[in-house]
Design a protein around this ligand. Sequence first.
Ligand code: NAP
Ligand code: F7E
Length: 331
Amino acid sequence: MTTRPTALITGITGQDGLYLAELLLSKGYEVFGLIRGQNNPKREYVERTIPGLKLVTGDITDLSSVMRAFHTAQPTEVYNLGAISFVAYSWENAHLTSQVTGLGVLNMLEATRLYAGNDVGKVRFYQASSSEMFGKVHEVPQRETTLLWPRSPYGVAKVYGHYMTINYRESYGMHASSGILFNHESPRRGPEFVTRKVTQAVTRIKLGLQEKLSLGNLDAKRDWGFAGDYVEAMWRMLQTDEADDYVISTGETHSIRELLDIAFARVDIADWEQYVYIDPQFFRPAEVDLLIGDPAKAKEKLGWSPTVSFTDLVHMMVDSDLAEQRTLAGL
Ligand code: NAP
Ligand code: F7E
């Protein structure tokens, strides 16, 4: 008798958790999402958006709550997406970020190990590592072997989780993989991140609901892809015979200025400079350098490639925000 594959996803209320849950449900998985807090305000939204998903309560900083979730879900695959993920916030909350984004990974690995017992093949593990680990980059483009030199408390915490995942793989023979994901965005991206901040503001300016947009470093560059593509890569990593680490990226980099060009042009505004203001509060104590990933290994070993171009991604987000802002404003 074959058992139905069952996934436990942490970070279920976040952008990637939603896309991954949809993907796995479409593949016939039973899917459990770990949701934290006594009355998480996003619970109703998640339940409405992903019918068929089962929610279990727990917090990745609390090992016994995670163990309880494992016993309820009985997972064959675990995706650890839960984290404090906003880099700017991590300087102001470095300790908390270390607890959640760093030590939370240890709790998830330990829960997986204890749950699997002597049968390490019982459950496979995915860790959401990040291009922020490359920080002060030592090689362009960055690949799996590039030296890690994080430039934010978030990046440091991710490096801890990354090496702990490798350590559990090597120490216990666990099928534990890390995806070193470069920035990925979508209409579900949190509004604190620059792409969504821009697409929301552009549509509100177009509709006469907002007058200006305050930003930080317009010369910053990122390798931006579509979140829907990137969760497919996570799943593929857990279907391989051998666990490993993979860079997931587009191989292209674009500046915030290019993002502004494309987003404003989508709503027929050519002279965006008149709406954009530079506000020093959005500059960071340390920026990462030229982030651009080389996804060759993922292409070769996982058969994975991105399918959405940067321009199409920005158009997708602007179109979605325009519809949402119209509805919210009753237009
Ligand atoms: P996101 O939208 O910020 O979601 C983060 C999730 O983590 C939320 O569901 C949040 O739940 C949950 N969480 C926070 N603290 C938690 C805790 N103590 N216990 C359990 N869950 C907790 O992030 P995302 O963009 O989907 O990214 C998913 C993962 O990939 C994160 O680990 C992120 O660091 C990593 N990553 C993201 C990118 C990217 O470009 N998106 C790139 C590389 C790596 P609440 O709603 O309850 O706060
Ligand atoms: O910033 C610049 C800012 O906050 C991108 C997370 O998912 O990806 C994400 O981290 C760039 C930075 O994303 C504003 O200085 C300018 O250079 O959208 P972001 P991030 O920091 O790259 C990585 C891979 C992760 O792992 C993280 O979890 O945009 N920027 N002006 C601004 N950024 C923001 N947020 N707001 C501004 O006003």
